[in-house]
Each structure stands twice: as C-alpha cells, then as structure tokens.
Design a binder for this molecule. Structure first.
Ligand SMILES: Nc1nc2c(c(=O)[nH]1)N[C@H]1C(S)=C(S)[C@@H](COP(=O)(O)OP(=O)(O)OC[C@H]3O[C@@H](n4cnc5c(N)ncnc54)[C@H](O)[C@@H]3O)O[C@H]1N2
Ligand code: MOO
Length: 658
C-alpha cells in the first residue's frame, strides 16, 4: 500500500469508528414528532391546469357547479311537448287531438313558440322544453294526422312525465367535488359537464431522488465485480409518483464528500424535498452527516431511530425543506420511506393519509427480535385451518424482495425480545386488493416449479410460492398453511428422497429429478475430463484448491460429505444455502469447486461432473386432493406440456423407475 492509500485507509477506519457517536437513537414516535414539528406537513399552493392534464391530480379546493346541469328542462324521449291537462281522460277509443305548433325542437334548438292549450310541439330526446309545456308524450303513444297537422294522444300524460329538469344532475352552486379528491376519469366527466376547461389542483411536490454508493450502477449497465444495481432510486421515485409527487431522478452519486455536497445543494435548489439513500451508517455516513449540518438551519433533527429495519435513518431540514437520508439496505430504505416520507409527500400533495388496513393473523413459529428496537417483520399471509397465518419472510433488510413481495408487516414491540408461536399479530397490508391465491406452495425453490406454476396460471389458477426451504415447507404443510410443500430431503439411512419425511395424512406427488454434480470453472485441468469422485480427490490433494460447501441438513451437503469424507479442505466452512450461491462462488473465483444442480451450472457457464439425481417432489394433505387448484396442479404434473417444459430446463420429470 502506498503511503497515501494507507493514510486514506486509516482515515476511513477512524471515520467509521466515530460513526456510532453520531447515532443518537430516538424512538420512532419521537422521531415522527420532531420531523412533523420542523417540516410543514401541508398541501403546497395550487396551480391551474387544463382539464386534459388534470387526471391523477388532487383538487386544491371544493368545486361548485357554475351552471345548472342540464342547463334547461329537456325531453327524455322522442315525442311531443304538451300540457298534461290537455290529455286528461284520453284513451284508445277516445283520443285527444292536439294541433301541432310549426316548429320542431331538435337538440340544440331554442324554442320560439309556446305550447298553448290544445297544441303540441314535436321534440327530440334532449330537446329544450318550450314555454307552456309541462310534459312529453312518447311518439309511440300518438297517431300523426298528416292532413290536419295534428296528433291524436291515446292515453293521459302525467305532469312532468319524460321531462328532465334544469339542475337535476348538478345544481348551480352545488358543491360537486371536494378538495383533496384525486381526479379520475369520472371527475373529469363532471368537470367537463360543468363547463370547466381548467381546474385548480395542488402543485405536485417535486422530490429529488439520489442514491449514493461506489458499488451502485444504473439498471441497463453491465455489472462489474462487487457492483450491484441501484434499486432504491427506482423504487423511491416510483413510490413518490404513487403518492402524488413528481420525482426528480438525480441518479447515483459517488461516496465523495465534495460530489455529494454539490449533488445535495443542486437537489435542494430544484425540489421541495430531497431523498437520498445509502451511506448513513458507515464511514461515508459521517460525510453525509457533515454535509447535512452545513446545508442550512436547523440541520439534522434525527439520526438513528430505534427501529428495525431502518435504524440509521437520518432526517434533516434545510431552507425549510426536508432532506431525508434512507438506509442503503433496500427493505430498510423502503420501510423508512413508507413510515416517514410517504406521509410528508402525501400531505404536500394534498392527499389524505394513506389508508391502512390491518388484519389479525396467527404467528406459526417463535420469532426472536432485538430488545430495545421496534422490529417490523415483513410477512406473507396464508390461509390456515383457523384463519390467517403470518409467515415471516426469511430474507433480511438487505433484500429487495422482503419489502416488495410482502403482503404486509407486523410489529414486535421494543420491550419484547420476541413473539411466541401461536400469538396473534396485526398485519398492516402493503398494496391493496390482493386476491388470496388459489394455491399456496411453500418450501424449496426450483426454476422448474416456476414453469409449472406458469402453466397452472394459464389454466386459471393463481399460485403463491414462498421459499423457506424443504423442512420449512413440510412444517407449514403440517400446520395447514399451504396446499403443497415443495421438497428435496434425502434420508441418509434409507438413501430415499422425501417419502420417509411424510407424516400420516400426507401424500407425495412425484415431481422431477434434478441432476447434481461437481461444478468447476470450465477448463480447470484439476476437474476437466475426470469423474466427479476422481476430480474431487485431485482437488483435495491440491492445497491451493478451495471448495464451497452447503448448509448442514441439505440433501446436497450429504453428497458433499460423501465426496470428502473426514477431510476439511479450505472453504469447508463456507456453507451457503442455495445452488446459485455455490455456482456464483465458483464462477467468481472465490472457490474452485462445489456441488450444485446441472441447470444452475449451465446458467453460470460452469463445467459439470454428474454425481446423483436429486428428487424434487410435492407433499400435500390427502384430504385436500380434490380441491380444485390442487387437483389442477396434480393433473398438470406428467402432462406432455409440463414434461416438455421441465426437460427443456434439464430436469427429468416423473417418479424414479426404481
Ligand atoms: N457496524 C455496523 N454496520 C452496520 C450497522 C451498524 O449499526 N453497525 N447498521 C446496519 C443497518 S441496521 C443498516 S440498515 C445498514 C445501512 O447502511 P447504510 O445506510 O450506511 O447503507 P450502505 O452502507 O450504503 O448500504 C448498505 C447496503 O445497501 C446496499 N445499497 C445501498 N444503496 C443501494 C441502492 N440504491 N440500491 C440497492 N442497494 C443499495 C449496499 O450495497 C449495501 O449492501 O448498515 C448496516 N451495517
Ligand atoms: O436498521 Mo437496519 O435497517 O436493521 O437493517
């Protein structure tokens, strides 16, 4: 290391160590109070927009109709405007004769002649009722006498019959739309009927969105080693729009104090609110901290909230505008955005607070949490035997899917270190109107299942999949929380897959077999052209060779154990939980070999030495067999279409011949 780089390294370490001192952790409630007190949570001033551009905007004021709609009394049928009294007592045998006035009241014609006693005026649906008339008789109830230019009316007409009165739809001066209403097509129709060509709407808050991190790349760019795509920028910008704001996407800023300060000042100048994500808790964090205190008074209000996910959230105010730094972890970023920023964006946009619906659900398993921080747990909802069940999503704050695929979240209070199995929690729904799925599959992931679920959807059944591993799927099935447990569990004693793990009342539907083998970088002479066993022997003899293992309890781990016996080669303790993680470690050179399935090896362009067939099957509760979605799924297995899809992915459908 050069002296300069060494000095920079020391500076960064010291900054990271200092960071903890900045985090004065506040309760979530106290943070919200401080933020609301310092930043006005009120609608921005109105602006006038043409009606054609009003869709999706929020009305800035109540709208009173400036006219009567309809503006005049009008005919509701094609016929004749008459005086009802003239038709009293008419019947087919003794019709009343009325002489026609010499005008025809088509739509848009202003009447010139009154309807005097004993007369009638031809009128079209929508025509303006002339003076003197108080009803309309349908043309079908009359007979036209051409010679006399008169009609015979064959029945009596009630006063007001077939007549629409002025203002019956919207009366002049009537408040027809309320402030805060979101303009949809329906409101546009009403405004147009009132003759309003433009309308006052709340100015959309402009929200500057930035992401910071040297590892970030924009979607569409080619990822280089160590880099990830900036997902926070995109999800924050879209959420701003969903909540009535207009996002100003300012992209990715490097972890560099000067660059970040320039970007933040620029953002502040062109927006009502600035949202930055990343860099709140590590060395770079004190960079944004220092910048935020320089941007203007009062500066930082909150840095650190007793909240999980989201502890390092930072809330600041400069030039009367809020500057929010969200934690970089995607689920932490979205959760804190949802809790702290969405209410502000909606208030600025003139929208009412987001409607939150919460449903009670039972917790199927014990859950531990950190004492002293309110923990919000992202969860999927499933239908259990006795009501809804909240299945905590196993992926942590660093995942995008924990927030994006959750049906909702529930809180574990700061004062508790966990919740017990069977406790009822209140799940706040995320996303509206989710139809419960027709079929819930819980267990171990396989891309083959993704395809089968796709085919099931074409047959009209929507499946929900939750990946918690084979054993987790089986436990969920036992508790009645899913229709199918997707599993590949090897029983070491019998050497059989899945069936030995079933309980009474469960049936196994054979799924497909996946070829497992040793994966290595293509061309590596230690492996190329050898059998799996021989290749591993060679690798074990080479002290430079690094392996990647699998988690204990997985079927793949048993295969690895069979290959290496009592040896503990370098990399043995690296024990990821998926085929993909094994393949990525080998492909990226962090390991030289591991065991994974053929389809994954192919996806990563790795060499592959076959070892054994792994069985991926489905357990279900026998009593449920006839339930339509389950029956459809079971019927789908073994069809030519499903088999072809599975074979194209390299899987062998059906049960073992043995
Ligand atoms: N020693 C400690 N480390 C961490 C602590 C702690 O208290 N002590 N807190 C953890 C918690 S809690 C959180 S939350 C994260 C938040 O860290 P930062 O806000 O500083 O965020 P970064 O370090 O920049 O990034 C964290 C993580 O998120 C990824 N990231 C960042 N920006 C984006 C983006 N725009 N799109 C997608 N992903 C993003 C980044 O690559 C990192 O993986 O810190 C813990 N650490
Ligand atoms: O607060 Mo961090 O968000 O726990 O993950």
């Amino acid at each position: 290391m050069s002296a300069d780089r060494e000095a920079e390294f020391a500076r960064r370490l010291a900054a990271a160590a200092r960071q903890e001192q900045f985090l004065t952790v506040m309760s979530r409630e106290a943070a919200l109070v401080a933020f609301r007190a310092a930043v006005p949570h009120a609608a921005l001033p109105p602006e006038t927009v043409p009606l054609a551009q009003a869709l999706g905007r929020v009305l800035a004021a109540d709208v009173a109709s400036p006219i009567d709609v309809p503006p005049f009394d009008r005919a509701l049928v094609d016929g004749f405007a008459v005086r009802a009294a003239d038709t009293e007592g008419a019947n087919a045998a003794r019709p009343r004769r009325l002489v026609l006035n010499r005008e025809i009241l088509a739509c848009g014609v202003a009447p010139a002649l009154p309807v005097a006693a004993g007369t009638a005026t031809p009128i079209a649906t929508g025509g303006m009722i002339p003076r003197g008339a108080d009803a309309v008789v349908m043309v079908e109830q009359t007979e036209f006498l051409e010679d006399a230019l008169a009609i015979d009316v064959s029945g009596p007409v009630r006063p007001g019959q077939f007549l629409g009165y002025a203002g019956a739809d919207m009366a002049f001066g009537e408040t027809v739309l309320r402030k805060g209403t979101v303009v949809t097509a329906r409101e546009i129709g009403m405004l147009a009927a009132c003759g309003l060509a433009e309308i006052a709407v709340v100015r959309r808050p402009r929200v500057a969105v930035l992401s910071t991190g040297d590892e970030l790349m924009a979607p569409g760019e080619q990822l280089h080693p160590g880099a990830i795509y900036d997902s926070n920028g995109a999800i924050v910008a879209a959420s701003v729009a969903e909540n009535g704001g207009e996002s100003v996407a300012l992209g990715i800023v490097r972890d560099d104090e000067a660059a970040l300060e320039r970007a933040l000042r620029d953002a502040l100048a062109q927006s009502d609110l600035v949202v930055l994500s990343g860099g709140t808790s590590k060395g770079a964090g004190d960079v944004s901290h220092r910048i935020l205190s320089r941007l203007g008074e009062p500066g930082i209000l909150v840095h650190g909230v007793a909240l999980k996910p989201g502890k390092p959230l930072c809330l600041a105010v400069a030039e009367g505008k809020a500057v929010v730094v969200l934690p970089g972890f995607p689920t932490s970023a979205m959760f804190t955005f949802h809790e702290f920023v969405v209410p502000l964006v909606r208030a600025l946009a003139g929208l009412p607070p987001r409607e939150e619906t919460a449903v009670p659900a039972r917790l199927p398993q014990r859950l531990t949490s950190e004492l002293g921080r309110t923990e919000f747990v992202m969860a999927s909802l499933a239908q259990g035997d006795d009501g809804l069940v909240a299945l905590p999503l196993p992926k942590g704050s660093g995942s995008v899917t924990a927030f994006s695929q959750a049906d909702g979240f529930f809180a574990v209070p700061a004062a508790r270190s966990g919740l017990e199995a069977g406790e009822t929690v209140s799940v706040v729904r995320l996303g509206a109107g989710l139809r419960p799925p027709d079929l819930t599959v819980i267990g171990s992931h396989c891309i083959g299942l993704d395809r089968v679920v796709g085919l099931l959807a074409e047959r009209g059944f929507r499946a929900r999949t939750v990946w918690v591993g084979s054993a987790g799927g089986l436990a969920a099935l036992r508790r009645g929380e899913c229709d199918l447990a997707a599993m590949h569990l090897l029983d070491p004693e019998t050497g059989r897959y899945n069936a030995p793990f079933l309980e009474p009342g469960m049936t196994l539907a054979p799924g497909w077999r996946r070829l497992q083998g040793v994966v290595f970088r293509a061309g590596d002479p230690r492996f190329d052209g050898r059998s799996a066993e021989e290749a591993v022997r060679t690798a074990l003899a080479d002290p430079d060779s690094v392996m990647v293992n699998r988690n204990a309890g997985s079927g793949t781990r048993l295969l690895v154990d069979g290959l290496i016996g009592a040896a503990r080669p370098p990399g043995f303790w690296n024990q990821p939980r998926s085929h993909n993680a094994v393949a990525a470690a080998v492909a990226q050179g962090r390991a030289d070999w591991g065991v994974a399935i053929a389809s994954v090896a192919e996806g990563y362009g790795l060499g592959f030495l076959p070892l054994a067939q792994e069985h991926y099957d489905f357990a279900y509760r026998t009593v449920d067999r006839e339930r339509p979605a389950l029956a459809a799924f079971l019927a789908l297995l073994g069809t030519a279409e499903a088999d072809a899809a599975l074979e194209s992915l390299g899987f062998e459908p059906g049960a073992d011949e043995a």
